[in-house]
Design a protein. Structure first.
Length: 171
């Protein structure tokens, strides 16, 4: 005995299956903008909001200052200023190959490049800064990528009230 399924039901089933596949693919790691996936990973980690929850779509800014020839009174130029975003689960794995400029900086810095990674949350003023170094090894980075947890700084402590002196009673 065979069952006849109406065409409308088949269409709905196909659409529902496609939707489930898209959602599953998105949940399996729809990446944020984190560089060319063919480049080596320079840093990875997770960014958290002020409540300690991983933050989806946080802005990440990776910087390298070119301080090889500092001039008094001038701001050192940036050798790298790249922007990325965190994944839906707050994680990131930033892919970046050492450029010629970064390799030159590393040559004058014991073989390593000093990075600063800043995370920010739209609509909030607090940021989560972190610094790390990576040693250049040919067209990649030596060793494993550091794993960072970016968190906003804690709020400043409440000011303690100044003690007041009670006037002494006259004898």
């Amino acid at each position: 005995m065979s069952t006849i399924i109406p065409a409308r039901s088949i269409t709905r089933l196909v659409r529902a299956s496609a939707l489930v596949a898209l959602v599953a693919a998105g949940c399996a790691g729809a990446p944020g903008n984190q560089g060319d996936p063919n480049d080596p990973i320079v840093v990875r980690g997770t960014i958290f909001n002020k409540f300690g929850v991983p933050y989806s779509g946080a802005d990440l800014e990776l910087k390298v200052v070119d301080d090889r020839d500092p001039q008094v009174g001038e701001v050192a130029p940036l050798a790298l200023n790249a922007r990325f975003t965190s994944n839906p689960d707050g994680t990131f794995a930033i892919h970046l190959a050492p450029s010629d400029v970064l390799a030159d900086l590393a040559a004058g810095n014991g073989g390593a490049v000093d990075f600063k990674l800043v995370g920010s949350f739209p609509g909030e003023t607090r940021i989560a800064p972190s610094s790390f170094s990576r040693e250049v090894a040919g067209t990649g980075w030596a060793g494993s990528a550091p794993v960072l947890e970016l968190r906003p700084p804690p709020p400043p402590p409440e000011p303690t009230p100044e003690p007041t002196l009670e006037p002494s009673a006259a004898p």
